[in-house]
Ligand binder design. Structure first.
Ligand code: SF4
Length: 278
């Protein structure tokens, strides 16, 4: 969370969808609830500041989050929603100096995060040459979603995020089909599959449909995941050491951060190697 994100090399529209914690009022550290678990050392209700949040909205244990039992914070990615709510929706006025706005700011943040996540996927789809037949529709959806993110706090609170997500998902599905069709031969379909702890070392998953699959703690060492659709895959504690993820689509930094890996894994250009993989 606060301050933890390094710059990534996303192209074009995706540059604006990276967390800039220095321009944010620590929203993930306040607005979101934590449940004491392997990921968070303590319970914290939504709306209550994390005890590690400093007066300047930085994180007091940023460099030691994993050692201190807050690995969940290192996995979270707001896709730039935090600074948008802080600087655009609320014009740079923070919740400490204007406590009357705090509740609305915290309510709007999860809405903005979901919209920004959709913007990330749409921007990625627009970078994919194989998806050219749907680029016009993708551009229209991106512009409309972007317009929603620039509305007032009241307008944002009224956004039907589920409906927006459904419309965007239809386009992302079509994009996925077009992109994976470039891979010759039969492609595996593990959409939504329970692959928890699966032994997939060295597996050929090129062009596979893994949308929403549960790959928690799966062994994917050396697996070929090129051009696979990885949207919503749960990679918590999956081992991606030596795996090839180049050209995979709809993979996010949060998914990578939740997985294990090493220096030899190959990643999509827009994502960076998590610090704990080095
Ligand atoms: S909400 Fe986003 S920008 Fe703000 S502190 Fe959290 S990760 Fe950083």
């Amino acid at each position: 969370m606060s301050q933890k994100h390094e710059a990534r090399s996303a192209g074009g529209d995706r540059l604006d969808l990276q967390a800039d914690c220095g321009s944010c009022f620590g929203l993930c550290c306040v607005a979101l609830p934590f449940a004491a678990s392997a990921d968070f050392a303590v319970d914290k209700p939504a709306g209550k500041p994390c005890t590690n949040l400093q007066a300047d909205f930085s994180c007091g244990i940023h460099a030691r989050l994993r050692d201190k039992g807050f690995s969940g914070c290192t996995v979270f990615d707001c896709f730039g929603a935090g600074q948008k709510v802080s600087q655009v929706t609320f014009g740079g006025t923070d919740w400490r100096s204007a406590p009357g706005t705090a509740r609305q700011m915290f309510d709007v943040f999860p809405v903005m995060r979901q919209l920004h996540e959709l913007l990330w996927y749409l921007a990625e789809a627009l970078e994919l040459p194989a998806a050219r037949p749907v680029h016009k529709d993708l551009r229209r959806a991106l512009d409309e979603t972007d317009r929603l993110t620039r509305g007032s706090a009241d307008a944002l609170a009224e956004v039907d995020v589920a409906a927006v997500r459904q419309d965007v998902n239809a386009l992302l599905l079509r994009t996925s089909e077009l992109v994976r069709a470039t891979v010759p031969g039969r492609k595996k379909n593990h959409r939504g599959a329970d692959l928890i702890g699966a032994r997939l070392r060295g597996a050929d998953l090129r062009g596979a449909n893994l949308r929403g699959a549960y790959l928690i703690a799966a062994d994917l060492k050396g697996a070929d995941l090129r051009t696979a659709d990885l949207i919503g895959v749960d990679f918590r504690d999956a081992n991606l050491s030596g795996a090839d993820l180049t050209g995979s689509i709809f993979l996010t930094q949060a998914q990578l951060n939740a997985a294990k890996g090493d220096a030899s894994a190959k990643l999509p250009e827009a994502l960076s190697r998590p610090a704990h993989w080095r």
